[in-house]
Ligand binder design. Structure first.
Ligand SMILES: *Cc1c(COP(=O)(O)O)cnc(C)c1O
Length: 506
């Protein structure tokens, strides 16, 4: 690099000025002697305060070296040193995992923690986890018990008894027909359910138990990847089962499965296409056809439902998303689903199916490795009890799904009236909420959203400001506007949203 004498001179002058600035910086010990700083040690501990002082001084030194701070700015920074140390301590020793306000209208938002838990679930976690509990203790017999009993009894009520009562109702109509056709009832006599860490673990455990060393037949159109790198072929490989793909991406017929069945076949697997659709020239074997084939060839049929609703989605206008009961009712032997998707509970993987198959999974050593902890059982038990009582409003995600467009619109009007910010333009327009979590990817729930634009800020900048407020507000940006959908905002958070908007724009 070429340089003239004059620039060397400039450099020398600047270096001298810089060392002058560096000399103004106190040592860590000097900072620690400041009364305000030393008093921080009482709540944060001496070592943490020293670390924070070091970080703050290093940051200043770096800013000086890069020429960002001139003399007056350095003086200012030095006068605020104690505050900077405290901010740094708060940042380091504060929680990283924090509550946020979800104004996206995506009910099961995986990035935002999927299903929020209801009050009863939180209370049950608190009362059982802050003390000892009978997690694995049979109080009547005084011997070791199983942790599954706490929720299996409720799943039995929700699944087995429901199926039985339906069967009773339809028995008179169908039993004669079935007898004459030589068909036995397709429903499992008794449904058991076990809990593991998440649905990915549920699929792994089920495949490993039923199909290790053998083949599992799956349609090419269902070899899905779910967010967070859950891929059916990868899980299959880890389970020790061999994937036998049949059909094509867009069309798979029952006959394709049938031709692939050999003595090595252990399982037919159907996977919910959680996050995509195949449209156009398509064909897919129906569950009923697969059940018939599975029975005929004495191979079990498993369905990875993904979301696994325990309530009837048709009641909120969403068709074509099979629930757990739909799946078992049609004769599927094993259904796997998540606890924190449509079920609205804690993160968990649930495997429901015939008692004999489930017992084999329970005695697999993988079950021990994948087991869920007591907090999960507590939250799940409280959530399932709400289903048993049919108290759907006690489950936050179900409450959100059932909100009407009009009710959301009214809240949006009230909130808009509260925002005091002349630079902000607020409109209330029709919009669409989605279930998220891979459920019914093409279905939407009609809603009303606040559409915001702000003088002097782009939509992305406004959304970033909202993320920066405390608690952070997460919004959608669409066509140059920030959209807030109150379907996923708790009503008690409306005031915080209005206040944050006022502050942001001011
Ligand atoms: C979401 C989903 C999974 C993974 O469930 P997690 O509970 O997130 O582990 C697996 N299969 C399908 C079809 C899904 O939709």
């Amino acid at each position: 690099m070429r340089s003239s004498f004059s620039s060397w001179d400039n450099l020398r002058v600047e270096t001298a000025a810089l060392s002058e600035l560096f000399r103004k910086l106190p040592s860590v010990d000097d900072v620690m002697r400041e009364p305000v700083v030393s008093s921080l040690a009482v709540s944060y501990g001496h070592d943490s305060v020293v670390d924070a002082a070091r970080v703050v001084l290093a940051r200043l030194r770096q800013k000086i070296a890069s020429g960002l701070l001139r003399e007056d700015a350095v003086e200012l920074a030095l006068s605020g040193l104690a505050d900077a140390v405290e901010d740094q301590l708060r940042h380091v020793l504060g929680y990283s995992l924090r509550p946020v306000i979800n104004a996206t209208g995506v009910i099961l938002h995986t990035n935002l923690g999927r299903a929020p838990l209801g009050d009863a679930a939180m209370e049950h976690i608190r009362e059982t986890a802050s003390s000892y509990s009978n997690l694995e203790f049979d109080l009547a017999a005084g011997v070791r018990g199983k942790r599954d009993v706490h929720v299996d009894r409720l799943f039995r009520r929700l699944l087995t008894e429901e199926l039985k009562s339906e069967e009773l109702k339809s028995e008179e109509v169908t039993s004669e027909k079935m007898k004459s056709a030589g068909v036995r009832s397709q429903k499992p006599a008794s449904v058991s359910t076990i809990v593991v860490n998440n649905n990915a673990a549920a699929v792994l455990l089920a495949l490993n138990t039923v199909a290790e060393g053998g083949e599992v037949i799956v349609s090419r159109g269902e070899l899905v990847e779910i967010g967070g790198s859950f891929r059916i072929p990868d899980v299959m490989a880890k389970s020790g089962a061999i994937l036998r793909e049949v059909g094509t991406t867009n069309r798979t017929r029952t006959a394709d499965y049938e031709h692939a069945i050999t003595e090595r076949t252990r399982l037919l697997l159907r996977v919910h296409r959680s996050n995509f659709e195949i449209t156009g020239f398509t064909e897919r074997a129906s569950t009923a056809e697969l059940v018939t084939l599975a029975r005929k060839r004495a191979v079990p049929l498993m369905e990875d439902l993904g979301s696994g609703a325990l309530f009837d989605l048709r009641s909120i206008g969403i068709n074509g998303e099979p629930g757990v009961l739909d799946s078992l009712r049609s004769g599927v032997d094993i259904a796997t689903y998540s606890g924190d998707k449509l079920l609205g509970g804690p993160q968990a993987g649930l495997i429901s199916g015939g008692s004999e198959l489930i017992a084999r999974m329970r005695s697999n050593s993988l079950f021990r490795a994948l087991r869920a902890d007591k907090l999960i059982y507590a939250a799940l038990e409280a959530t399932l009890l709400a289903y048993v009582r049919r108290d759907y409003d006690a489950i936050p995600t179900l409450r959100m799904m059932r909100l009407t467009k009009d009710a959301i619109g009214e809240r949006a009007e009230t909130l808009a009236a509260r925002i005091a910010a002349p630079k902000l333009k607020v409109e209330i327009v029709d919009g669409e909420s989605i279930l998220g979590g891979g459920a019914a990817p093409s279905s939407v729930l009609p809603t009303r959203v606040l559409a915001l634009t702000c003088e002097g800020l782009s939509a992305d900048e406004l959304a970033a400001c909202l993320r920066g407020s405390d608690p952070a507000i997460i919004a959608r940006v669409e066509e140059g506007r920030v959209l807030l959908d109150l379907r996923t905002v708790f009503p008690e958070q409306d005031a915080a949203v209005a206040a944050a908007l006022g502050r942001t724009v001011a």
